[in-house]
Design a protein around this ligand. Structure first.
Ligand code: LRY
Length: 227
């Protein structure tokens, strides 16, 4: 098992992402958010966009899971080999890729994408963002290093559950072939703890820690509905 994976075992990973039109979409801001997350106990950071990744890699000394979100296609998380190479070039130790069985915009298979990336960056680990256990089985066969539940509820195969998709979590853990990172709609510390109890290797939390507009909305709705 790699030292990198040992370092994040049983730990929290924080996803720091802002979106077009949002005030926090700025590499310096995202790097500061990432630093704050590390101060709070994050063992690694997940982030998107080459400029953010460069700024975050320079600002923190924990591993960074990098990705880009591009294109109009339904496969938008680091969809092509070229995208994966650009993410790795920013210094990320883990590259997150769409790990579904859907057709990729460059027509490469997931296995070809992973092989191409690893030929150029042998030390980089690949996190396959899966939407179902079928995706996860295919990602294992394709040479991924980490299985993420990231796309459960977003790829059309699974309903979008209120919290984490525990059924998919259990199915991926039961494969027992690769470390499972539980990611997606983990909104409370108790859910993060539950993921570890169910056998997750690590838990990735984004919105509930680093997306103030959404968090504010949760509170504002609760307050307004009580008044
Ligand atoms: C589906 C998709 O595109 N997920 C993205 C993946 O990087 C991000 O938008 C999420 O914020 C991230 O997965 C963390 O999840 P949550 O924000 O629910 O804690």
């Amino acid at each position: 098992m790699s030292e990198l994976l040992e370092a994040v075992k049983g730990r929290l990973i924080v996803s720091c992402q802002a979106y077009p039109g949002e005030p926090m979409l700025d590499p310096r801001t995202m790097a500061q958010v990432a630093q704050a997350a590390v101060q709070g106990g994050a063992a690694a950071i997940r982030a998107k966009g080459l400029a953010d990744l460069e700024a975050i890699n320079a600002a923190v000394d924990v591993p960074v899971i990098g990705l880009v979100k591009v294109g109009a296609s339904e496969v938008y998380i680091t969809p092509t080999l070229e995208d994966a190479m650009e993410v790795a070039a920013t210094g990320c130790q883990i590259v997150a890729l769409d790990g579904t069985r859907r057709e990729r915009p460059d027509s490469r298979t997931l296995a070809e994408t992973i092989a191409g990336l690893k030929a150029a960056y042998p030390a980089v680990l690949v996190m396959a963002d899966c939407g179902s256990v079928g995706d996860a089985e295919a990602a294992v066969a394709a040479g991924a290093d980490i299985l993420g539940t990231t796309l459960a509820g977003y790829s059309g195969e699974r309903p979008k559950t209120e919290g984490p998709d525990w059924e998919v979590v259990d199915q991926l853990v039961a494969l027992a072939s690769l470390p499972v990172f539980v990611e997606g709609r983990v909104h409370a510390p108790e859910q993060a703890a539950e993921a570890i109890r169910r056998g997750a290797w690590a838990v990735v939390v984004g919105t509930a820690i680093t997306h103030p507009s959404t968090i504010t909305g949760w509170f504002a709705t609760a307050v307004e509905s009580a008044s």
